[in-house]
Design a binder for this molecule. Structure first.
Ligand SMILES: Cc1cc2nc3c(=O)[nH]c(=O)nc-3n(C[C@H](O)[C@H](O)[C@H](O)COP(=O)(O)OP(=O)(O)OC[C@H]3O[C@@H](n4cnc5c(N)ncnc54)[C@H](O)[C@@H]3O)c2cc1C
Length: 472
């Protein structure tokens, strides 16, 4: 049988593409060599957020913020926690992915796919188990995702290491953990393990945690981690790793200081994820890739071969499940109906699920300045947000990035309890082209974190300490 669309992978990009294609009446086949649902459902978003919620519950029990409320936290049953998370993942995988495929009516082949047949007549060769079969389609979608990148640190392979794929499956807590990498995944996992009781140190090569976002956000999250006893080494290179029995040690060079060797029970590598393209035979199929293996596409997700499309983490873009889904859906609509759809990233939200969470949408101050537009930016301490005050957690900041002159809001960046929820409103404000004045005058319910957006907008030209829900 020849299909309208054949998809390699079964993550968010693949599923969104398959749904769009089936809605248009097209025949679809999907090839997956691992677990249905891909990274987000199996080893990414779902287990990490489930475990972070559990760790937050323990942290709150161990450190009650409220007068008169006495709580305490006992030891963690890691095996039970891992088993419970596994059950949750299996349930969501069945409900959100496996059953969905059956409802929409597309075929899933279990096996590893690679292109054959050359650029003019591409075909997929699939190896399910020991056998081999060919899959032919009018169009193909590469949605093979990304995998942890392991930096070439001497001794690391021999010493052994964890990644986000394996760390969340541990059934025993390491007594101490060195996390290599201080961006989203490293930060989430560092706080997760610290809150479960592990002594954690993060080593980040660049000069601040969350190094690609706003400096104010980095400073705020560094304060949060310090307040929770998480060690932070910035401008720090892990020079080598060594294992002696169960003990591991790392030689770390921090800017301006001599090298030092520190012992750790486990090392977790969270140094970014790189596109999975090895073995796909893309060059023979006329598909171009770049230096990190990312598949090159135009803005409509079409590769250099007009019959082959790519979407999701494999394209090297922002690694979020909703980006993968938006790209996958656009790719299918463009391939099958010539829709000419391009994904709009102007108000793209990003959330790192630490607590308080780091969330942002739109441009940073530096990005706005690079477009040649002057910035009128304001930073509001979360201590000025009444919700945070009554919650007795005033850690964090909210930063508004607005165009000087027009006052148009181009970016919002926050560290705040509930920042992940607040950021959707920021996306809408950016998307709608709202100005700071619009935001300052918009409704925001009192004693919500989202009110922080309105208060931050009101902070333009005012004394922050005198902001009030009654000011309009
Ligand atoms: C720890 C962690 C936490 C995260 N948390 C969040 C979050 O909270 N929110 C968020 O938006 N994003 C989060 N992400 C990112 C998100 O998971 C990814 O952006 C998203 O899953 C990418 O989807 P995808 O469809 O591009 O690829 P994937 O979901 O990775 O799917 C690719 C699939 O292709 C299969 N495959 C690869 N090669 C072949 C082949 N040759 N043949 C057959 N099959 C193949 C793989 O087995 C895999 O199942 C997180 C990621 C991690 C690692």
């Amino acid at each position: 049988m020849r299909y309208d669309l054949a998809i390699v992978g079964s993550g968010a990009a693949a599923f969104a593409a398959a749904i769009t294609a089936r809605d248009a009446g097209a025949s679809v086949v999907l090839v997956e060599r691992g677990s249905i649902g891909g990274t987000c459902a199996n080893t990414g978003c779902v287990p990490s957020k489930a475990l972070l919620a559990a760790a937050a519950a323990r942290h709150d029990a161990a450190s009650s913020r409220f007068p008169g409320i006495v709580t305490q936290a006992g030891p963690v049953g890691v095996a039970a926690l891992a088993a419970g998370t596994g059950e949750l993942v299996a349930g969501m995988r069945a409900g959100k992915y496996v059953d969905l495929a059956a409802d929409y009516g597309w075929e899933i082949i279990a096996g590893t796919a690679r292109f054959a047949g050359g650029a003019d007549a591409p075909v997929l060769q699939v190896r399910p188990g020991g056998g081999a079969m060919s899959v032919e389609a009018g169009h193909y979608l590469v949605a093979t995702g990304a995998a942890p990148w392991i930096p070439p640190i001497p001794g690391l392979e021999q010493a052994g290491y964890l990644t986000s794929d394996t760390a969340m499956e541990l059934t025993e807590l390491p007594e101490s953990l060195l996390v290599i990498g201080g961006n989203a995944t490293g930060l989430e996992l560092a706080q997760l393990f610290a809150r479960l009781g592990t002594r954690v140190t993060i080593a980040e090569t660049l000069d601040r945690l969350a190094p690609y976002g706003e400096p104010e956000v980095s400073a705020a999250i560094e304060d949060v981690f310090e307040s929770e006893g998480i060690g932070t080494l910035t401008a720090a290179d892990v020079v080598s790793v060594r294992r002696d029995g169960q003990a591991r040690s790392a030689v770390i060079k921090t800017a301006g200081e001599p090298e030092r060797e520190v012992a750790y029970g486990q090392v977790l590598v969270a140094a970014g994820r790189r596109p999975v393209t090895a073995g796909l035979n893309l060059a023979a199929a006329g598909v171009e890739t770049a230096g990190r293996g990312e598949v090159l596409t135009d803005e409509c997700q079409r590769t250099a071969n007009p019959r082959i499309w790519a979407a999701g983490d494999v394209t090297g873009g922002p690694q979020f499940v909703y980006v993968a889904a938006a790209q996958g859906s656009a790719a299918a609509a463009n391939a099958l109906a010539g829709a000419g759809r391009a994904v709009d990233y102007a108000a793209l939200p990003r959330v790192t699920f630490t607590s308080p969470a780091m969330a942002s949408a739109g441009l940073t101050e530096a990005e706005l300045l690079r477009t040649g537009v002057a910035c009128d930016c304001r930073v509001l301490p979360v201590s000025a947000v009444p919700r945070a005050v009554v919650d007795r957690d005033t850690r964090g900041v909210i930063k508004l990035v607005a165009e000087a002159g027009t006052g148009r809001v181009r970016g919002v960046h926050a560290v705040a309890g509930g920042a992940g929820e607040m950021i959707t409103a920021a996306c809408y404000a950016i998307q709608a082209g709202m100005t700071v004045t619009d935001l300052a005058q918009a409704w925001a319910p009192y004693l919500t974190v989202s009110e922080g957006l309105r208060l931050a907008a009101q902070a333009f030209g005012r004394d922050v300490s005198r902001l009030s829900c009654c000011a309009a």
